[in-house]
Every structure is written in C-alpha cells, then in structure tokens.
Design a protein around this ligand. Sequence first.
Ligand code: NAG
Ligand code: NAG
Ligand code: NAG
Length: 316
Amino acid sequence: MDSRNFLAFSLCLLFIFPLISSVPLRFLTRLTNRDGSVIKMKTSSSSLAFDPTRVTQLSWTPRAFLYKGFLSDEECDHLIKLAKGKLEKSMVADNDSGESVESEVRTSSGMFLSKRQDDIVANVEDKLAAWTFLPEENGESMQILHYENGQKYEPHFDYFHDQANQELGGHRIATVLMYLSNVEKGGETVFPMWKGQTAQLKDDSWTECAKQGYAVKPRKGDALLFFNLHPNATTDPMSLHGSCPVVEGEKWSATRWIHVRSFERSVVKRLSGCVDENESCAKWAAAGECTKNPTYMVGSEKEHGYCRKSCKVCSS
Ligand SMILES: *[C@@H]1O[C@H](CO)[C@@H](O)[C@H](O)[C@H]1NC(C)=O
Ligand SMILES: *[C@@H]1O[C@H](CO)[C@@H](O)[C@H](O)[C@H]1NC(C)=O
Ligand SMILES: *[C@@H]1O[C@H](CO)[C@@H](O)[C@H](O)[C@H]1NC(C)=O
C-alpha cells in the first residue's frame, strides 16, 4: 500500500468508525424517546413536543383528523377546574343579526377562558397552533363546554351566516374539539353529511344519533380537528356536525375556533376603533355626555363605548 492509498484507507476508517459506534446509541434513544417521530417546537416561553404519528385522517369529506392523546390527563382536569362554577347556558349566533341567542338546539352550558390565562392554557394554545399550522392569533379563546344527561348540540355549521360575525377575522376556517372527559355512553360528535366510500360500522355502544353519520366517541385527551372551509375558501356543507345527547355520564370538552384572519386584531379593532356608533354622538359629546355618561360614551374595560370618536379617546 503506498502512502496515498494508506491515507485514503485511514480516512475511510475515520469516517466509518464514529458512525458505527454511534448507531446502537442512537437506536436506543430513538426506541426509548421516540425521538424520530416527535417535532419539537421552540417557543419563547417553553419547548413543546408534538407527535404527528398520533394523528389519523378520519375523512376527506369533510376534512377531519383525530389526534389521540393531544392533552394529558392533567391538562384536561386543569381546564375543567378553570371552568367549574363559571358555566352559563350556551348560546347560538342568530342567523341574521349574529347576536347570541338562547336556543333549544343547544342545551349545554359553557364559558370562555382567556387567552394564555395561565401557563397550561398557553401551552395548549401553542400545541394547537403547531398541530393545525394556523396562527394562534387567528384563534378565539377556548370555550369549555359541559353536557349533562340528555344535553346536546344539534347539527350546525361553525361558519357564520351573518355579516357581523364574519367581520371578526372572517369565517372560522377550522374547529378543534378537545375531549376533556370520557363519557360512558353518548356525547359522540357526529357529521351527518359525511360522504364515505363505506359506512362506518357501529355496534350498540353507539347512540342512534351517532349512527346518522360519521361519528367520533369522546375520549379524554383526544382532539378532533375539522375544516369548515374548502381549500379554496368556500364554505363546506359537509362540515355540518353536532354533539349527540349524553346518555350516561357527563361530557366535558374544549373548543378552539380558528379564523381565516387574525381574530385578536379584529376584536381589538372593534373594541377600540375610532368610530361613532350613533348619529347623535357629536351632539351628546357637545352636551358633556362623555364625562356625565362615560360607560356608554367612552366604554369600560369590558365594554366598548359608542362615541369614542366624538369623545376623542381613540389611542391612534
Ligand atoms: C340558519 O341558516 C341555515 C342555512 O340557511 C339553516 O340551515 C339553519 O336552520 C338556520 N338556523 C336558524 C336557527 O334559523
Ligand atoms: C371550491 O372547492 C369545492 C370542493 O373542492 C368545489 O366543490 C367548489 O366548486 C369550489 N368552488 C369554487 C368557486 O372554486
Ligand atoms: C342612537 O341612539 C338613540 C337613542 O338612544 C337610539 O334610539 C338609536 O337607535 C341609536 N342609533 C343607532 C344607529 O344605534
């Protein structure tokens, strides 16, 4: 072997040996940590893991996906704890005005959390953005829902029929339903318009309601993602979905609605927009109403005022 060949040979060894020696080690970490299938997200506050191998596609019409074990038991219990004692009867959006109204169609009770209200909520919100690839600011704050025996939400669309709601970030492009509890019987999420090649086989552990379409049984920690819009941004009628009546046990869930555009910015705009919302604002302001009747005219922390422009309280 001349010196050139020897150099080449030893260089080869140099490259091969570290590889060989590291293989068993890497294999081990892969087996124990399942490192190869976990995407690690680095966010400003925390590092979080998200595992795409736990996601299955349920249907393409509508586009629906199930993430098994998206939330830990501790996360589920924490979200329920935050909601307990603050539940109110659930409302629906009126088709024409967009106002929240009570309806027999929806008999659950619920409440909205605040965005990033604590570390656990913030972590769940980060995971939601990582999984859906949709920006966090496009999401509404999570809604926690409680269904007792017999309570349900009849099939409905999550996109809006009224104009007012669409102005807040546009349509809801996608919905994520997170199941926070197991339900002994009932409480399935059903898609009555689902078009599958073959029927989903269902035994007696499913309710009659669930047999009316493709259905998903609530399992603590699982998360169901479905799209209310087609990829071309038109509304998808097959996203029609409902919550079947709870027959045994109780159902807790968390909902995340995600809009086409930033929801946060449009809410802030609505709350602080430099507008008068009544034709008499200028007249009232001239009469000193801004100081005499500030809640209506200027607004409070919770409610926006109706005459912010005339009262000259706009920040920009
Ligand atoms: C709202 O409009 C949709 C579509 O036109 C209709 O299917 C639904 O029944 C209406 N809901 C109510 C409460 O009127
Ligand atoms: C949008 O996509 C849906 C589903 O593929 C299709 O049925 C519909 O015709 C499309 N609409 C437009 C305006 O392209
Ligand atoms: C303006 O205020 C008056 C008096 O409160 C009310 O009758 C009227 O409906 C308001 N107009 C609008 C557009 O809200």
